[in-house]
Design a binder for this molecule. Sequence first.
Ligand code: MN3
Length: 229
Amino acid sequence: MTGNQSTRRCFLWFIFCGCFLLGALNTTFAQEKLPLILAPLPFDQSALEPFISSQTLAFHYGKHHAAYVNNANELLKGSSLENKSIEELIKATAAKADQVTLFNNIAQAWNHAFFWQCLKPKGGGKPEGKLAKLIEESFGSFAQFKEEFTNSGKTLFGSGWVWLVKDGEKLRIVQTFNAETPLTLNQKPLFVVDVWEHAYYLDFQNRRVDFIKEILENLANWEFAASNL
Ligand code: MN3
């Protein structure tokens, strides 16, 4: 094989592996087709310590999230809904009295997959670029956004999620209860914090506000949020 051929072969392998990796990265969150998969966490299970412990993730990801994925796939077996995309399925089953269990499980699977992407070790800090500009326009300042987001998590009664969404041209903070997701409201989710007790009780007990603050200060993945714009 000549040097040229070998360079060309390397280049083709590089392109092939790159495409494969991009495809794999894509499935970690934006999974489109069923059955649902429990994608690997985008970080090591102990990488978010001391804010979110390995023990919390062992239960939250390994038990709670896994159960939503398994339950949804069981419910979908042989169903006529199997050909829909996951987002279509969430929208199709929302607020349907006979589809409550399926909606709850599939929406929770989606919400959790999204939530893991919103976290990263050594995260926090400030968003940049277009996201930073939109936050300033919508909330006055990043500090004001953080205060409103934290307060939204504090005042959510019961189990649910606090989201930063794009609603038309503006950003908004939205609370959803139980498995509800802004997808069904035609809002574009950018960032979320799970405020179900299972998300923080092992590490923070009843201090939900501290959990939210630690995420904003130390774990928030603003690059992921910006990529959703
Ligand atoms: Mn959860």
